[in-house]
Design a protein. Structure first.
Ligand code: AGP
Length: 618
């Protein structure tokens, strides 16, 4: 949540910061701002409530300067407003800070600093927790410390996970960056006589692929030609940058109207990239090179727990299904934010699988921490971001290689995570001797058809647009699924809520009679996920019950299923898939329905209100 950028070098900082913020806007877009310093220490700060375009015009009138920091905000403390937008300054005006995270003890720190502010006849300029940071630094400077020491002392006083960038009037050719805990990353990009800072790689890629990821507890002093890190314990060193292998084209929208649409269309390619080299047929093996866990560990696992949040939780629910069905061992899923506050009983023979596309979701990281500290159980993370905090915490990682996902709604990383879970289920089943080599080979062959299932599902875009036109004014939807389609019903409802702002509930179809049916009437459309499979007859009984209440039914079923098409009001055909692979044929349709509904309603699809791509605060 929140995006941070920084620049120090020989070019005008303003446009570079603005462009970086545009690439990070998916992390928050309640307000934005930048601060620029010129060589003589003259400082200009510009900030605006609302989208970045509202800041853009104002920046054109800003004085120049080759050093600066910027921020795009997802509000936590203090509502979105010019006043609460970052950057925030010390009351003396010489220390400027942008922050991602939460200062959990800000009330206590504010109270402590209040007396001095009162004595000086000054007052707080915002309602944020952030403002205590420049004030603390300023106090330490006044006590005679160097800026680096003052920043280190101030950070030492903060509770909670925080990533910070700062500039100081007294050091006009330097920016500072610091990271404490898991509040999203800070990456330093190395240019030619210039340096860049950002919360995430997409903001750096147009400038450089030579980067250093700040570790927890590190503070960087960044000059145009060099970076000096102060590590935990005060040691100082100059880090070695590494090269990242990411194509800047991957973060361009291309001919698509929205990133979400682009990313839906990228799914067949993304899934192929996830499984490349990991679904070998001769001899059959799943994930032959990825899992850095001894085969004995995999062979001795007695249970698997899959955790995640949001869309990743829905992937976890489907993963649970596959682990039971394919690997043949007990499996559960859990909402990561709830898991650690219960008293879960794991033991060392439980394998914990964390699903998190960003690898930075604070709830999931919290659950992983709990697993490590309390149980010492082995942990695998399934993530799209190599080097993310989750990969550092887990024993081993499966990187899904989907390429950057920019749309706030997760799409291609959902199918990438699913593919990784399917492969993991195959690998565990084989290691345990419950899945013969022949059966493994069959499972993998089926998985290899998934890109084409996705492709054909995407082919239903026009039909989804027609349905969205018909139901664009509906205020509610019930989405029903059974078995492996139940988590997909939940995913469909989540997508409707987050980008179309439609109230939608995903339910296990069998549950409908136990309460939700009371909602139904002619004005309450029901989406039924009903491909042919072992539970199809039960699903059609549910559809009959819905129709008896006169609620319109939109069914998503197998191509050529005339009987189902006849039974319902509207039918969307998907390719018939093997029973365990229906998530791949249905996913594009549930995504496209939500996308088209949002389009019909004229909503901001890539930046839905109140959301941020990566949730790094609790
Ligand atoms: C999905 O469309 C949402 N943006 C959200 O639910 C997301 O899946 C969730 O925040 C988890 O994110 P992660 O996969 O990065 O951990």
């Amino acid at each position: 949540m929140c995006g941070i950028v920084g620049y120090v070098g020989h070019q005008a900082a303003g446009p570079i910061l603005l462009e970086g913020l545009q690439r990070l806007e998916y992390r928050g877009y309640d307000s934005s701002g930048i601060a620029v310093l010129d060589h003589d220490g003259a400082l200009s700060v510009m900030k605006r409530e609302g989208k970045l375009r509202d800041l853009q015009a104002a920046i054109e009138r800003m004085p120049g300067g080759a050093t600066g920091i910027g921020h795009t905000r997802w509000a936590t403390h203090g509502q979105p407003s010019d006043r609460n937008a970052h950057p925030h300054a010390s009351s003396s005006g010489d220390v400027i800070v942008v922050q991602n995270g939460i200062v959990e003890n800000y009330r206590e720190l504010k109270a402590e600093l209040q007396e001095r502010l009162d004595a000086e006849g000054r007052s707080w300029q915002s309602d944020t927790d952030t403002e205590v940071i420049p004030e603390l630094i300023s106090r330490e400077l006044a006590a005679g410390k160097s800026f680096g020491d003052a920043l280190a002392s101030a950070i030492g006083r903060l509770r909670g996970a925080n990533a910070i960038a700062a500039v100081h009037r007294g050091s006009p050719n330097r920016i500072y960056a610091a990271r404490k805990g898991s509040a999203g990353g800070i990456v330093i990009g190395y240019g030619d006589g210039e340096m860049f800072v950002a919360s995430d790689l997409p903001a750096l890629l147009p400038h450089t692929t030579s980067v250093y990821h700040l570790e927890d507890g590190e503070i960087a002093a960044i000059d145009p030609e060099s970076v000096t890190i102060r590590g935990q314990g005060g040691t100082q060193f100059q880090p070695e940058p590494t090269q990242v292998d990411l194509d800047p084209v991957a973060i361009a929208r291309g001919p698509f109207r929205h990133f979400m649409l682009k990313e839906i269309h990228e799914q067949p390619r993304a899934l192929s990239d996830t499984i490349r080299g990991r679904a070998r047929l001769e001899p059959a093996s799943a994930l032959p090179d990825d899992l850095d866990l001894p085969t004995e560990t995999l062979a001795s696992i007695e249970r698997v727990l899959v955790i995640g949040m949001g869309t990743s939780l829905h992937a976890a629910m489907i993963g649970r299904w596959w682990i039971e069905q394919i690997a043949g061992i007990p499996a559960d899923f859990d909402n990561a934010s709830e898991f650690r506050f219960r008293a879960p009983l794991l033991g060392p023979s439980t394998l914990v699988v964390a699903v998190t596309q960003s690898g930075e979701t604070i709830d999931t990281l919290g659950a992983m921490n709990h697993v490590r500290d309390r149980w010492g159980a082995p942990q695998v993370v399934i993530t799209n971001v190599d080097g993310s905090e989750a990969t550092r915490q887990a024993d081993t990682s499966i990187i899904i290689r989907c390429g950057p996902e920019v749309g706030v709604a997760s799409t291609k990383t959902f199918v990438g995570s699913l593919a990784a879970l399917y492969l993991l289920a195959c690998r565990i089943g084989h290691a345990q001797g419950r899945l013969s080599t022949e059966a493994l080979s069959k499972r993998l062959e089926q998985l290899l058809t998934a890109p084409s299932l996705l492709e054909r599902g995407i082919g239903q875009a026009a039909r989804c647009a027609q349905i969205a036109q018909l139901f664009g004014a509906a205020s509610n939807f019930l989405v029903l699924g059974r078995g492996i389609e139940y988590p997909l019903a939940m995913e469909a409802a989540l997508k409707c809520k987050e980008i179309s702002y439609v109230h939608a509930e995903g339910y296990a179809a069998g549950e409908m009679k136990h309460g939700p049916i009371a909602l139904l009437d002619q004005g309450f459309p029901v989406i039924a996920l009903a491909p042919r499979g072992p539970l199809f007859d039960k699903m059609t009984s549910t559809i009959q019950q819905v129709r008896a209440r006169r609620a319109p039914v939109i069914a998503v079923g197998d191509e050529g299923d005339a009987e189902l098409a006849e039974l319902v009001d509207h039918f969307i055909a998907v390719p018939p898939a093997p029973p365990l692979l229906t998530p791949f044929s249905l996913t594009p349709v549930v995504q496209l329905l939500a996308y088209q509904l949002a389009l019909t309603r004229g909503l901001d699809i890539d930046q839905p209100r109140n959301l941020a791509k990566t949730v790094t605060v609790e």
